[in-house]
Design a protein. Structure first.
Length: 390
DNA sequence: TCTGGGGTCCTAGGACCC
DNA sequence: TCTGGGGTCCTAGGACCC
């Protein structure tokens, strides 16, 4: 999907259409923290792009419309788009909220060749959601992905099997999916500028530059990719993190934030029917140095109090002494098990039962009155930056 | 110049097991 | 007195993607 978040906002707010629009952090008149999550094509004319610091976006176009992401709404629209994908094949592999691989090999006899299907998908999406999509058609995932990126917005790029090498060779290495800042710099330092340059090096050279990753990369650069389109991949982790609006060193605020994050993660686990055995605390200090501490329990849990207790324990293991300020805290649950598959409790513990009933009640109230209907006292009293009210 | 928030995957060392 | 090889799991860090 092209400029997905921004396009959804323009769809929902007709008065914002054809205007520069930025979805992301609050710019706070140029003093805001955070980055651009997405922006309209009108905003791109000012040099604004995804992942740019929001303060820079503000400098480039203070008159742009700045809005906070509304992930719930984007998820709704995403579901509509994926439902459309499902009409063309069962083999749909989502790779993000707005992007998927579709293996249409088995649909050609019924629906026409891949290019016909691609046109049909684009026009159905536009007709039913009002949004614009770009499609790449190719004989494997890697080439299709690159092709889909080349002619945005509203692109349709077809790469025939015998054109793959000629198509890839002239493209810059920055187009290689999986090559970011670090790997890109290593490749450039060896004089490798295009995908064709990478395709031409020996396996020994590839390994010396990027290790085992390098070997895979050379295959991809040659257009070789045998990976299947795999639907239904299982979720592996659920986490929430938050950058403070100013760096903090007040213990009360830190604890309130850990409780807020733990509660959020626990509620998401319960909503999806998971329990988690491993918890990871993420900690970034004012110098942007990031560390993690994690621990694994014998019995998986979805209780807010359990997760908060672990978060506190892991925080104490960071060795934080109050002298450096903290920029970000995060809590992530992993080693997930479906609740029905988890080990039954071996003995009844009154205190635990009480916690279970508390969480059930909280979930029920939030389900009825909204996620913000009920907050822990420590979170409200701890002056959480979002400033929740009762 | 200033770097969000949601994730996945990989690497590497150490503990532990057979 | 000198200690292999194969495998799994855990932890910490880091690259990368949207």
């Amino acid at each position: 999907m092209d400029a997905f978040f921004a396009s959804v906002e323009q769809l929902d707010h007709p008065q914002w259409r054809a205007l520069p629009l930025v979805v992301g952090a609050d710019p706070k008149s140029g003093a805001g923290r955070g980055v651009v999550a997405a922006c309209s094509y009108e905003a791109r004319k000012f040099g604004i792009h995804s992942a740019m610091p929001i303060s820079q976006a503000w400098k480039r176009c203070p008159d742009a419309i700045f809005v906070k992401p509304n992930m719930g709404r984007y998820a709704e629209v995403s579901a509509e788009v994926f439902e459309i994908f499902g009409r063309f094949t069962d083999l749909v592999e989502g790779i993000s909220i707005d992007e998927a691989f579709l293996d249409v090999t088995g649909s050609i006899a019924l629906l026409g060749d891949a290019v016909t299907i691609a046109r049909e998908i684009k026009s159905t999406i536009r007709g039913e959601t009002g949004l614009v999509a770009s499609v790449g058609v190719a004989s494997n995932k890697f080439v299709a992905k690159i092709a889909s990126d080349l002619d945005k917005p509203d692109g349709l790029v077809v790469v025939e099997p015998d054109e793959v090498r000629a198509f890839l060779n002239p493209l810059p290495i920055t187009r290689l999916w999986g090559v970011g800042e670090k790997s890109g710099a290593k490749l450039l330092s060896r004089g490798l500028r295009t995908i064709g340059d990478v395709a031409a090096i020996s396996d020994i050279m590839a390994r010396s530059i990027l290790g085992d990753q390098g070997l895979k990369l050379v295959s991809l650069a040659r257009g070789e990719d045998e990976r299947a389109v795999l639907p239904h991949s299982a979720v592996k982790s659920i986490g929430n993190e938050e950058t403070f609006s100013r760096d903090v060193n007040e213990l009360e605020k830190i604890k309130a934030t850990l409780l807020y994050l733990s509660d959020k993660v626990a509620a998401r686990l319960r909503k999806k029917g998971f329990e988690a055995a491993t918890m990871t605390l993420k900690f970034r200090n004012e110098d942007f140095k990031t560390i993690t501490r994690s621990a694994t329990l014998e019995a998986a849990t979805d209780l807010t109090d359990d997760i908060y207790a672990m978060a506190l324990e892991l925080f104490s293991r960071t060795g934080w002494n109050g002298r450096v300020k903290i920029r970000l805290l995060g809590v992530t649950a992993s080693k997930l098990v479906r609740k029905t598959d988890s080990q039954p409790t071996l003995f009844v513990d009154e205190a635990r039962l009480k916690q279970v009933r508390t969480d059930e009640t909280v979930d029920a109230i939030r389900a009825r009155f909204g996620a913000g209907a009920l907050k822990r006292g420590a979170v409200v009293g701890g002056s959480n930056k979002k400033g929740y009210t009762k």
